[in-house]
Design a protein around this ligand. Structure first.
Ligand code: ASP
Length: 474
C-alpha cells in the first residue's frame, strides 16, 4: 500500500515537472536560463565591462542581464547614482547642474570609447537635462544611472534592451506589484533570445518612475529570475561570496559555500551584508537559488543561497557552523524581584511599558526572580529614564539596573541541530579567552546561538569562535 502510494506520488511529481517544463518552453522561457545581475563595481569602467561580457558569453544560459549603474572605480570615487542625486538636488534648488551632468556623461563616454564602441548618448542626456529642469524628481534622476548603463551594455553585448519602466510595476504608493510585474516581464521577454533589463527602478501605475531603496538592482534581478523561472539567479559583485566572519575582525575568513535563506536572514540581521534584503523573497518563493559570484575572480564558485531542501551532499566543505556575525550597541535592563515567578502578569507589565514607549527588544532571558531585556541602545537612550521610572511604578522591583556597552554575537548553522556539544564548544572558547558571557539565547529552531559579551570583548570573542569551529575543523 505504502509502495503504491509512493509510486503514485513519484508519478505525479514527474508529470508535473514535465508539464511545467513544457509550459515554460512554450512560453519562451526555459527553466534552464540564468539571470545574471552585475553590481556597480562590476560595471564601473571599460575594463570591468569586458570582464562582464566575457562572463556572460562563457555560458549561453546567461540570457537575462540586470546591470547596476557604474559604481566606484577606486575607493574615493563617486558612484554615478550619487552624482545623479546631486544633479537632482541642484535642479530642485534652481541651481545650474550642467557641469555635474557633463561629468556623468564623461563617465559613460569613457566606457564607450574604452570599449571602442560607436555610440552617442547626446540625445539621452538632452532628455535628462530637460526633464530635471522641468520636474526634478529624485527617483527619476537616480534611475538614469541604470538606464544608461543598460543601453551601453545591451549594445556592447548585442543583446535586446528592455526598459525596466515597462516591466517593473509599482502601485501609486510605490509598493511593488509582483504579479503584474511578472506578467509584464513575461510578455516583454517572451520570444526574445536575450535581454538586458536595467536594475533599481520601475514605473508606478500612474506612469511615474520609482526606484527601490539603495542597492535595489539586487531586487530587480530577483524579480526577473522569478518571472522567467530561472534555474539560478547569479549575483555578480566584487567579493567571492559571503564570508564566515567579518574580514575586519578575522584575518582572511573562509567563504561560505552554501547557506540557506533562513541562515542568511539570521546573519544579515546581525550585520553581515552583501545582498539587498528584499532580494530574497521573489527567488525564495519560486525555489530559485542565488549564487553570489565575483566578477574579478569568475573562477571562484562563490556562495550558493538555497532553500532547506537543497541537496547539501554536493557541498565539499561542511563545518558545524555556517557563519558568525555580531552587533555592538546594546543595553540590558536587569530586573530583580523576590517571588517574581509567582506574580502573574509581571512580564506583561514590563512589556507594556516597552510597547508604550515604542521599544522593541532583542532578547529576554529570565530566571526565577530575575529577568533581563536586551535592546538597542540608540533606541533606548531617548526614553531611558522614563522607561525605568515606569517599570519601577508598574512592577515595584527590588532592584533594577541598566548595563550598556553590550555586544551580541550570533553563531549560525543549520547543522547545529544534529551536532552535540556546539554550545559547550562556544563556552569553552569563551572560557579559555577569559571572556565573560553575559547573555545566552538559543532560538527554538536551533539554527543559532546568541551570546552577549561586553563590547570590549567583541572582536576577540568572534576570533575565538572562528578558531574553535573553522580552523580546528580543517
Ligand atoms: N545604483 C543604485 C545604488 O547605488 C542601485 C544598485 O546599485 O543596486 O544604490
Amino acid at each position: 500500500m505504502a509502495k503504491q502510494a509512493l509510486i503514485i506520488f513519484v508519478n505525479i511529481i514527474s508529470i508535473s515537472a514535465f508539464l511545467a517544463r513544457k509550459y515554460y518552453k512554450r512560453n519562451g522561457y526555459l527553466m534552464s536560463d540564468k539571470v545574471v545581475k552585475f553590481g556597480g563595481s562590476s560595471l564601473a569602467d571599460a575594463d570591468q565591462f569586458r570582464k562582464v561580457a566575457a562572463i556572460i558569453k562563457a555560458d549561453p544560459k546567461r540570457k537575462y542581464v540586470v546591470p547596476s549603474a557604474p559604481g566606484k572605480r577606486f575607493s574615493d570615487d563617486v558612484k554615478v547614482t550619487d552624482m545623479l542625486y546631486k544633479c537632482c538636488e541642484l535642479a530642485g534648488g534652481g541651481v545650474d547642474f550642467s557641469d555635474d551632468l557633463a561629468m556623468i556623461k564623461e563617465r559613460y563616454n569613457g566606457i564607450i570609447s574604452g570599449l571602442g564602441m560607436d555610440m552617442s548618448l547626446d540625445d539621452e542626456f538632452d532628455t535628462i537635462a530637460k526633464e530635471l529642469k522641468a520636474r526634478p524628481a529624485k527617483d527619476y534622476a537616480a534611475s538614469r544611472g541604470e538606464y544608461l548603463n543598460g543601453k551601453v551594455l545591451a549594445k556592447y553585448l548585442g543583446y535586446n534592451f528592455v526598459d525596466a519602466a515597462d516591466v517593473i510595476v509599482f502601485d501609486t504608493k510605490g509598493r511593488l506589484l509582483l504579479d503584474q510585474t511578472v506578467d509584464a516581464v513575461r510578455s516583454k521577454v517572451n520570444g526574445l533570445e536575450n535581454a538586458v533589463i536595467p536594475g533599481f527602478y520601475g514605473r508606478t501605475t500612474e506612469g511615474i518612475i520609482k526606484t527601490f531603496s539603495r542597492g535595489g538592482s539586487d531586487v530587480t534581478g530577483s524579480i526577473i529570475a522569478n518571472a522567467v523561472r530561472a534555474e539560478i539567479y547569479e549575483n555578480w559583485t566584487d567579493v567571492s561570496g559571503f564570508l564566515v566572519a567579518d574580514p575586519r575582525i578575522v584575518d582572511h575568513p573562509d567563504v561560505i559555500e552554501t547557506i540557506t535563506y533562513r541562515e542568511l536572514r539570521e546573519l544579515a540581521y546581525m550585520g553581515a551584508s552583501v545582498l539587498h534584503e528584499d532580494a530574497i523573497f521573489p527567488v525564495r518563493s519560486a525555489g530559485i537559488p542565488i549564487n553570489i559570484r565575483n566578477t574579478n575572480a569568475p573562477q571562484d564558485p562563490g556562495t550558493m543561497i538555497v532553500s532547506n531542501d537543497y541537496d547539501f551532499s554536493r557541498e565539499s566543505l561542511s563545518h558545524t557552523i555556517t557563519g558568525i556575525a555580531g552587533r555592538k550597541g546594546f543595553s540590558t535592563i536587569n530586573i530583580e524581584k523576590a517571588m517574581m515567578n509567582n506574580e502573574i502578569g509581571f512580564c506583561l507589565k514590563v512589556m507594556q511599558v516597552l510597547y508604550n514607549n515604542g521599544l522593541s527588544f532583542e532578547h529576554m532571558p529570565s530566571g526565577i526572580d530575575t529577568m533581563s531585556i536586551t535592546l538597542d541602545s540608540a533606541q533606548f537612550e531617548p526614553v531611558r529614564d522614563k522607561v525605568i521610572a515606569e517599570i519601577r511604578r508598574e512592577v515595584e522591583p527590588d532592584h533594577i539596573e541598566v548595563e550598556d556597552g553590550i555586544a551580541t554575537i550570533a553563531v549560525v548553522g543549520r547543522r547545529m541541530k544534529n551536532t552535540r556539544g556546539t554550545v559547550a564548544r562556544i563556552f569553552a572558547a569563551m572560557a579559555h579567552a577569559r571572556i565573560n558571557v553575559k547573555l545566552i539565547d538559543q532560538g527554538s529552531s536551533e539554527l543559532n546561538v546568541i551570546i552577549g559579551v561586553s563590547e570590549a570583548d567583541f572582536a576577540e570573542a568572534i576570533r575565538r569562535i572562528y578558531d574553535m569551529f573553522i580552523n580546528s575543523e580543517k
